[in-house]
Write a protein of this length. Sequence first.
Length: 412
Amino acid sequence: MLHPSRRAVLAGGAAFTAWASIPKIARAAGARDPRFIAVILRGGMDGLAVVAPVGDPAYEAVRDEFSMPLEGADAAIPLDGFFVLNPLMTRLADLYGRGEALFVHAAHTAYRERSHFDAQDILENGTTSQAHHKDGWLGRIIQGLPADDRVARDGAFAAATTTPLTLRGAPRVVTWLPAGFDEASDDTRNRLLMMYEHTDPVLARAMAEGLDLARITGSEMETDAAVKSMLGTMEANAMQREVVAAATAAGRAMSRDHGPRVGFLDMSGFDTHLRQSVTSGRIGRALIALDLAIGALRDSLGPAWDNTVVSVMTEFGRTVRMNGSDGTDHGTATVAMLLGGAVKGGRVVADWPGLAPNALFEGRDLAPTTDLRAVLKGVARDHLGLAPGLLGDAVFPGTAGLRPIDGLVRLT
């Protein structure tokens, strides 16, 4: 996992040179001002352990003692009479109840093998090939917007050491440094800035913008306070604390009038070959971290949450049946999520394939029925304003015949 740090003060000049060129022009009051955040869950999340199809007559048989509990202290959260939500995801359940969370089940990319690396490449580049690509679908979305569009003009924020493949191709991406770098004092920062102003004006401008970014994402003390407030009395592990800090920084940056409008976060911990369980073990820790990150995004975005769509996706699902190590192996279809005040949520979208033996993909996996690219096309068209023709040609090449899914976001 990339562990983003809130110590982003002296980030590399190249990353902030782009930020320095962004015009500081506020949008008129009342105008639509969309935000979009892509969250990638590395490792292949088991969709059946997150949104379980308890209404499927084969569900309990295939999961046995690892079925989602329906009674007791760890009872699953009902969604629509057929699907239930993992009880660890209380913040996500609250969003669902408010109509701000939507689940897409049996979702899939174009990939049909079982390599994490190839699957993640295809997820991020938005094509049907794991061959090396110089750009990604989100970068091409930004590239395809008019130069004076707010989303394109104000750039993107990535909690990563380098620009992720998803965002490559975008003209302006600000990256956040990973943990492990000591924070410079204010005196050191100001002395460096004065030196660069006399010796390297370009680097000076980049550093000045970097200092501005550090200010809008919050000081070390402010971020620590936000993390402690979110975690409360729970004994969080390092991953959970770090993703809350990253989500808080991203939300703060994207909530500002002059901040980026596109964001990227990623998490690991979903490659659950053993000790998976449902409400504990490896996936339990990862789901708690995800739920905390979602809550941190909502809180730190503030009023901007109303104009936000967060897309949560993973490279592939996992096997329907558990393996001999109480885990699951690499699979195919899984669940994707759309979250935010701009989402037309409170529902599960699914062309459900069923869990009977003859319905499984290759006799082992949840069968793929809803192309993730159709979901992302619907969001990009209705939320960010891209033309369908551009989406089917440049953004997701070769998908002209794949219709965007309608009605995923609120249009007013």
